[in-house]
Design a protein around this ligand. Structure first.
Ligand code: DGJ
Length: 729
């Protein structure tokens, strides 16, 4: 039983294989957070909930119990305005204009499995015995507000999924102004906050800072999870590192604007939270209506960041991602974007595909520029019909030409957008997000379709489905290349305009559900100018994401390392591109470009017809190698060995679940003169097994490789790399 309720202590104890999380119904019915950390057997945890009288600046919440103040009580879902001055998890505006409220316990139930979150992406179970769910109903005594807090305990995956549902049981409408997915209070502040931040072409860099008093948070106000911040933060106990120490991760299954952070209060307690960004958000609830928050996934690891990452990887790979491709190895692809940009015809495409086939590539992807009159990025989004100037015999003919090579065919779309210069926009100028009387700000000469509208959703489903049904297409790249401005909908009344951004996400999720379930044989990869929407929400519909528009192997060291903090390698697209690299101008060896890209969902994105004979041999060998190891890369355990954020090298490895096979990559960034003779240690092997190393054919103990380590390779030149294959004897 993952969830136990001790009625005498009014204590809930949630247990996974290695984690405990405890909640107590405190005096007055307030829901107190008691513990989150390594699994404990006993349930005497209520001793941990201490009260202490503070000065009048932490008010007495219950008259007879002067030592109980909501301002000092660790809470599960704190409100504001009734004596807790800290960062609230929710706030509601009532008909009288007031916004103060508080929640007290009403009832609870424990159910096997995991109820679905209507309209939202979420982790799931395949069988009811994979998880157990606790739902605690809380009520605000002075209003009709009720909140159901849900906790799903994935015992074997060592994760807890939390969400909240706000219900208006009153007789007048209320406005939800803030509804976070979770909040947890820690007893002290001896932690560091870790976040994944960046920009276009340098997504998800790892940043770590010690907590200080006050609010420290990251957020997106862009209408998407964004390149700039990722919907995830972790608290690391001081001194915790990649392999040791307590780490607490919270990850939001959502693709829109979010907030995530921690507030350290006057008593040095730390309140960790994540959820939809309350900034510019509102949601009107008529009597009887409810609002469901997205879900937050909580992971504790006593084995440092690496342990936390592997838990997220396992859960997200198998109980967030869905569909035919969830457990299937992914094809090696060639994409024509950096090879041709908008300038191609059917013969050019067939030539690239043919060259790919000869090298062993399995899938050709036709990127932007095949529809409308799209010769540059200034027109045609929304006009999803083939451009006969470039493809005179139509899409079906091109798909057939590629399939005749015995290759699969994939296609790029940007379905959420409309170009002002398009037939769609001329026909439906009110179909984009906009505010009447204001400029419609363009980014990349495009506007965003208003996906909160059902007619727009239907248009997208119909046009994309039409194309996918017209030819044997087995892969889709779903792109999205700007952020929201003038966030308003022509369909919503004034009092609901602040719902637009979230309604957009719900509309997008509905479109994705309809399209992906209608085409189960299609592998979908999401993209937003690279990794601008690399989040768990998108992974629910599409099991992989284009990690970054930056294809430079050395830039990718940091991007892929940071992404791996939360996301499984099977979710990351990684391609070999031309040199000098189109984003940063760097020249790196083809071997290194290959080694970095084959550490993800492998592909090429350059004109393959231009390879020399020597390059072809290198590429053939890379592709052959990937075919042998891709099950390890995509489904093995991932270990980060050396961080590109900390030194002049990066290294990582993949280990089979049964530990009988492993694959490691070492990349040197810059050549040091007179370099020391250093070593690096492998991880995740079985210390009692002997492994044969392919490089020298010698056999080494797993214990030796993990403790004594291996000599750092001696290179001559920058940006060099080496790979190691290990097989148990
Ligand atoms: C942005 C994507 O990230 C690129 O890979 C490419 O598909 C372009 N859009 C096409 O416009």
């Amino acid at each position: 039983m993952a969830i136990q309720y001790d009625a005498s202590r009014r204590l809930f104890h949630l247990q996974t294989d290695d984690t405990s999380y405890a909640i107590q119904i405190a005096h007055g019915g307030y829901l107190a957070h008691v513990y989150w950390g390594a699994r404990v057997r006993g349930l005497k945890l209520d001793k941990l909930l201490e009260y202490k009288t503070r000065a009048s600046f932490s008010p007495t919440t219950i008259k007879d119990i002067p030592e109980l103040s909501l301002d000092t009580l660790p809470q599960e879902y704190p409100g504001y305005g009734t004596s807790d001055f800290r960062h609230p998890a929710y706030q509601v505006k009532f008909a009288d204009g007031s916004t103060a409220s508080e929640l007290v316990y009403d009832s609870h139930r424990i159910v096997p499995g995991k109820p679905k979150l209507p309209g939202l992406p979420a982790t799931y179970v395949e069988r009811d015995d994979e998880a157990e769910t606790l739902e605690i109903t809380m009520k605000d005594p002075a209003s009709g507000l009720a909140v159901v807090l849900a906790y799903t305990v994935f015992e074997k995956w060592n994760a807890i999924a939390r969400s909240a549902r706000l219900i208006n049981n009153g007789s007048t409408a209320i406005e939800v102004q803030r509804a976070l997915s979770m909040s947890v209070d820690f007893a002290h502040d001896r932690y560091d906050l870790l976040q994944l931040s960046g920009a276009w072409a340098r997504e998800r860099y790892v940043h770590r800072r010690p907590l200080v008093p006050g609010l420290q948070a990251v957020e997106s106000r862009r209408g998407s999870s964004s390149h700039v911040q990722n919907p995830f933060v972790a608290l690391l106990e001081r001194g915790a590192d990649e392999d040791h120490g307590d780490v607490y991760g919270v990850s939001l299954v959502y693709s829109g604007s979010f907030t995530a952070g921690v507030e350290v209060d006057q008593f040095h307690t730390s309140r960790l939270f994540i959820g939809i960004n309350p900034f510019d958000f509102g949601w009107r609830l008529e009597p009887g209506e409810s609002f469901q928050t997205p879900e937050a996934v909580l992971v504790f690891s006593a084995e440092g960041l690496g342990g936390m990452s592997r838990k997220y990887h396992d859960l997200y790979r198998s109980r967030l991602c869905r569909g035919t491709f969830r457990d299937k190895t992914r094809p090696i692809l060639v994409n024509n974007w950096e090879a041709t940009y908008f300038n191609f015809d059917a013969d050019k495409i067939e030539a690239i595909a043919r060259a790919g086939k000869e090298l062993g590539i399995e899938l050709f992807v036709l990127d932007d520029g095949w529809f409308g009159k799209r010769d540059s990025d200034n027109s045609s989004l929304g006009d999803w019909f083939v451009d006969r100037r470039k493809l005179p015999n139509g899409l079906e003919d091109l798909v057939q030409r590629v399939r005749n090579l015995d290759m699969q065919f994939g296609l790029w779309f940007e379905p959420e957008m409309v170009s002002p210069d398009s037939e769609l926009y001329r026909a439906h100028p009110d179909w984009c997000l906009h505010i009447e009387g204001r400029r419609r700000t363009e980014a990349r000469q495009q506007l965003i379709l208003d996906l909160s509208r059902e007619d727009v959703q239907d248009y997208i489903v119909k046009t994309i489905s039409g194309i996918l049904s017209s030819a044997p297409i087995t892969y889709v790249k779903w792109d999205m290349n700007r952020n929201m401005t003038e966030i308003g909908s022509a369909k919503l009344p004034p009092e609901r305009q602040r719902e637009t951004a979230h309604r957009y996400m719900l509309g997008l999720y509905s479109v994705l559900e309809r399209i992906t379930s209608a085409f189960p044989h299609v592998l979908f990869e999401s993209c937003s100018g690279g990794g601008g929407r690399f989040d768990p929400g998108m992974l629910y519909y599409m099991p992989q994401t284009w990690t970054s528009d930056n294809t430079d192997a050395i830039s990718r060291l940091k991007i892929q390392y940071g992404t791996s903090i939360v996301y499984p390698v099977s979710a990351m697209g990684a391609h070999v591109s031309a040199v000098p690299n189109h984003q940063v101008g760097r020249v790196t060896p083809l071997e290194t470009r290959g080694h970095v890209a084959l550490s993800g969902n492998f592909g090429y994105e350059l004109d393959l017809t231009k390879f020399t004979e020597e390059e072809k041999e290198i590429v053939k060998a890379q592709i052959a190698l990937y075919k042998e190891i891709r099950h390890l890369v995509q489904f093995g355990d991932f270990y980060r060995l050396l961080s590109p954020f900390e030194g002049n090298a990066a290294a990582w490895m993949f280990v089979a679940k049964d530990k009988r096979e492993a694959f490691a990559v070492y990349v040197q960034i810059l050549q040091e003169p007179y370099a020391p003779l250093d070593r690096f240690r492998l991880k995740g092997l079985d210390p009692n097994l002997d492994y044969e190393l392919d490089r020298d054919g010698l056999v080494y103990g797993g214990d030796e490789l993990m403790n004594a380590g291996m000599p750092v390779p001696q290179f001559h030149g920058d940006f060099r790399s080496r790979v190691y294959r290990l097989r148990a004897k």
